[in-house]
Write a protein that binds this ligand. Structure first.
Ligand code: NAG
Ligand code: NAG
Ligand code: NAG
Ligand code: NAG
Ligand code: NAG
Ligand code: NAG
Length: 239
């Protein structure tokens, strides 16, 4: 007898507490699902449910701000219209079978802070105009793909980067000394790439916040300057 009024009291609150996205954002997400040929992992994405309740989606207030679809055997390209989700800040597509060249359509995601495309099948060069990516970007991982060529100097214009992970690709050109301009870098992973032989740039050791630095199997040559080996020693002690 006393339970029923209580339920009636709670129910509206439960409904209200779930933010609902706009119809446009829901449509964009359903178009993404369709663009990827309706992968089984996204079966629960449908018109009659609220995207903010889908485990892959994060909402802030009533807008989609995060997509995390990791280890789901997604095949195909990054949907060129993904940045219709204007407020997207977090995109994690780690460990799928996504192909194509670097998706420059992501330049339109002007609020992007976190981008993880690691462990996929991307090929080709990182574009020279990579600095057109969101100036808000903090985390960029392209590791474990088949990217080739140089790491473009303009990557050093993404000044808020704290993690830059480019390891385990097929980069067979150079990496820019200018990475040393990225003062907020805490993680810099460039190892396991067939770079053209080069010296360790002194500029990397101006990176005061660096706590994880991997250049294993990156074709480094030459001496390791005394100051640098001291700094590496300090880094190792921190780890
Ligand atoms: C839509 O998906 C939800 C889960 O997100 C599920 O509970 C519901 O049955 C689905 N509805 C239809 C019509 O498929
Ligand atoms: C990217 O943004 C520009 C300008 O806002 C717009 O004209 C264009 O249609 C957008 N493209 C995509 C793929 O979102
Ligand atoms: C982005 O968020 C703002 C503020 O919450 C909202 O007004 C706007 O409609 C959102 N954009 C989209 C494309 O949903
Ligand atoms: C990526 O490179 C590996 C090793 O060189 C190769 O076996 C594989 O076929 C390449 N994959 C793609 C999608 O290019
Ligand atoms: C590199 O960045 C500078 C400054 O933003 C810009 O003028 C230049 O066009 C960029 N290079 C490329 C290839 O986009
Ligand atoms: C790097 O690899 C690409 C793709 O395999 C190739 O076309 C290019 O010639 C290579 N560049 C160098 C400097 O070896």
């Amino acid at each position: 007898m006393t339970i029923l009024p209580l339920l009636l009291f709670l129910l509206p609150f439960h409904v209200i507490s779930q933010p609902t996205t706009s119809q446009n954002e829901q449509n964009t997400l359903l178009n993404i699902k369709q663009f990827w040929s309706n992968p089984p992992a996204l079966n629960h994405w449908n018109h009659s449910s609220n995207p903010c309740t889908w485990p892959e989606i994060t909402c802030t207030a009533t807008t989609v701000t995060g997509i995390t679809i990791s280890n789901q055997e997604i095949t195909g390209l990054v949907p060129p219209f993904i940045c219709y989700l204007r407020n997207l800040t977090h995109l994690d597509l780690n460990n799928n079978y996504i192909t194509g060249s670097f998706p420059t359509d992501l330049y339109n995601c002007t609020n992007l802070r976190y981008l993880d495309l690691s462990q996929n099948y991307f090929v080709g060069r990182i574009p020279d105009d990579i600095s057109r990516l969101s100036q808000e970007i903090r985390y960029l991982s392209l590791s474990s793909n088949n990217f080739t060529g140089d790491i473009p100097v303009n990557i050093s214009r993404l000044l808020k980067l704290s993690s830059l992970k480019l390891h385990a690709n097929l980069f067979n050109g150079s990496f820019p000394e200018k990475i040393g301009d990225l003062k907020d870098l805490e993680e810099l992973l460039l190892g396991f790439n067939p770079f053209t032989p080069s010296r360790l740039p002194q500029s990397f050791f101006q990176l005061e916040k660096l706590r994880k630095f991997i250049m294993t199997e990156a074709n480094l040559i030459g001496d390791i300057p005394g100051i640098v080996s001291y700094r590496i020693y300090s880094l190792q002690k921190i780890k």
